[in-house]
Design a protein around this ligand. Sequence first.
Ligand code: S3P
Length: 446
Amino acid sequence: MSHNPIPRPFSLRGPLRGHARVPGDKSISHRALILAAMAVGDSRIEGLLESEDVIATVAALWSMGAQVGQDSNGNWAVSGVGVGGLLQPETALDMGNSGTSARLLMGLVASHAITATFIGDPSLSRRPMNRVIEPLSKMGAEFSVTPGGRLPLMVHGRVPAVPIEYRLPVPSAQVKSAVLLAALNTPGVTRVIEPERTRDHSERMLKAFGADIAIEEAGSERIISVTGEAELRPQNLSIPGDPSSAAFPIVAALLVPGSDILVQHVGINETRTGLFEVLKEMGADIVFENEREVGGEPVADIRARHSVLKGVDVPPEIAPRMIDEFPILFVAAALAEGETKTSGLGELRVKESDRLATMASGLKQFGVQLDEREDGLTITGSGGEKIKGESAMPEIRTSLDHRIAMSFAVAGLASEGGVLIDDISPIATSFPSFPPMLADLGAIAP
Ligand code: S3P
């Protein structure tokens, strides 16, 4: 995937007001496509996130034999090859910026009789893959890997693969899902033990597709068992809006005086709502309205109004339930009254960028007082005053990280003179409609 840097200024035009929709959930979109590709027959997906990350998954599944396309209503149709039916791809699978595509598809390939090469952009090529290579090797797959366990790498799948019992050493839904997907074409029962709860979209969707999956709770641990060589039934799926995308307009509304917005149709699966809980504890006026269930996932319309926020200590146990939301939480903390302390966030250093370092250096440009530690940031907020750097319009480096770009766009709206984002093109990996959505809400000029 080619990359064209696009610089763009963001400065506030007015308070955020009105209704907005955010695109489909990224995690659920990947899983919907992958499981539909593993079903026998035709599935239909409504509300799929049409972003670069998800299109990387579409292209990879296509090159392994699934047929994926769009119908005249804009819904996606997938004609699956069935568990065990993946074909040998003729070229390398380009994962672009997408860690979820790379790790989940490595799991899928691991128990098929094919060899696949995975490549990615410079950001993805820096990210650790040993966390999936280790359990998938135990299942019998073989790997040829760039030193340090990085992309590019080649996966030689094993048939029949060996069922394992695997305790997650890092709280990662991607690692859990890679093993569960490999389990689909593995005879016998594969078990994943999850000491800390992470997003459970794979489990929910495996159930919906008719996989033989059992979940036991043992204290704080969850044991997820999948019996392999399953036949998955095609489904009609509806994907809710992504709470990780909704986080950006919601925090913007909290920070900009006079704002009052309703973000409609957002997933509120409790494995994803840690940010909203922390913000409420900080004093945020956030209300879930019209709670309902869509396609096996809880959904609500989320109302957010400008609020005076207070700093809090964020307990490290909540991190897996808001792992992608720390960059935007740091922006909220920068405007809050008093200190916000975060810890236990070592995982943020291996996301699309080192998010502790990129956020710390960008916030410093806005004059924010903070202390960066190996596993977290402590931020002293402005007490609601607009943030203001030494230069009239700080220039932020986004390091190929969509969430850094969007977090600093929001920081720009809450600042004295706005912000120049060096490269907004990564936003297209998860939320292509982010700038027009801010314009529709009245925050920026169209
Ligand atoms: C994801 C899991 C998380 C998250 C990522 C999406 C998923 O990664 O950061 O954006 O869809 O499973 P980890 O599993 O590495 O925590």
